[in-house]
Design a protein around this ligand. Structure first.
Ligand SMILES: Nc1ncnc2c1ncn2[C@@H]1O[C@H](COP(=O)(O)OP(=O)(O)OP(=O)(O)O)[C@@H](O)[C@H]1O
Ligand SMILES: [Mg+2]
Length: 210
């Protein structure tokens, strides 16, 4: 099932062209990696797909049943509130709250669901975990993860690898953007973003560190 079609997207910020002629399709069961250096446009592309910013030209189309979950850059939280309050609030926006699912994900990533600690006191890794959780907790089927390994400890990395595999098995799709490919994750397609252009790499060939 096709979840996303990106066709010839270009994006400029003022005179700076960040993306040009970017095309991509994502089907259920896919785990897509987008590599690219700092400032290459990875977050910009994910923001366009998530509907956060508009493209300058080109189109993208979601599938009829595509429901996007996204962790892009630094997710905003209600800083004075707890994890539970934040996630419950986010889920309520879409009337998709399942406390058992949220509590289960928190436990899985080693976060205390009942902690009253406010999110402003969370470490970088804890925030990243909360960001991952909100991207999947509503049964979203197209999950965009921007640098999802940032700050994660070994146990959380293992959970992320397992989670991505489970999402894939469940017929969902994941797009991961990061400088380096995190190799324990099995990707179905590898892309490189460079000079504003997205090119597909031959699958299964590790990227050469630059
Ligand atoms: N809102 C904005 N206004 C102006 N320029 C922007 C804006 N957002 C991004 N850019 C520029 O677009 C380019 C791509 O930025 P982007 O954040 O997409 O890169 P990235 O690949 O995600 O980088 P990183 O690996 O550092 O996260 C950069 O040159 C950046 O300065
Ligand atoms: Mg980025």
């Amino acid at each position: 099932m096709r979840l996303l079609t990106v066709a010839q997207i270009a994006k400029s910020f003022g005179a700076q062209q960040v993306l040009q002629d970017v095309s991509l399709t994502v089907d259920s069961g896919e785990v897509v990696h987008i590599a690219g250096g700092n400032g290459s446009g990875k977050s910009t592309l994910l923001k366009i797909v998530a509907g956060i910013i508009p493209a300058t030209s080109g189109t993208f189309q979601l599938g009829e049943n595509t429901h996007i979950g996204a962790l892009i850059e630094n997710p905003g939280f209600l800083e004075g509130e707890s994890l539970k309050t934040n996630l419950t609030f986010l889920a309520a926006i879409n009337h998709h709250s399942d406390p058992a699912v949220m509590a289960g994900l928190a436990q899985r990533f080693g976060l205390d669901w009942h902690s009253r600690q406010s999110m402003k006191k969370y470490s970088i890794g804890m925030r990243e975990k909360a960001g991952i959780i909100q991207a999947v907790m509503e049964d979203q089927n197209l999950i965009l993860l921007d640098e999802p390994t940032r700050g994660l400890d070994e146990a959380a990395l293992t959970q992320l690898v397992n989670l991505v595999a489970e999402l894939r098995t469940a017929g969902k799709a994941v797009i991961i953007a990061s400088h380096d490919r995190y190799t324990p994750i099995t990707y179905t397609a590898n892309y490189q973003l460079e000079g504003g252009r997205l090119t597909r790499q031959s699958d299964g060939v590790p990227s050469i560190p630059s």
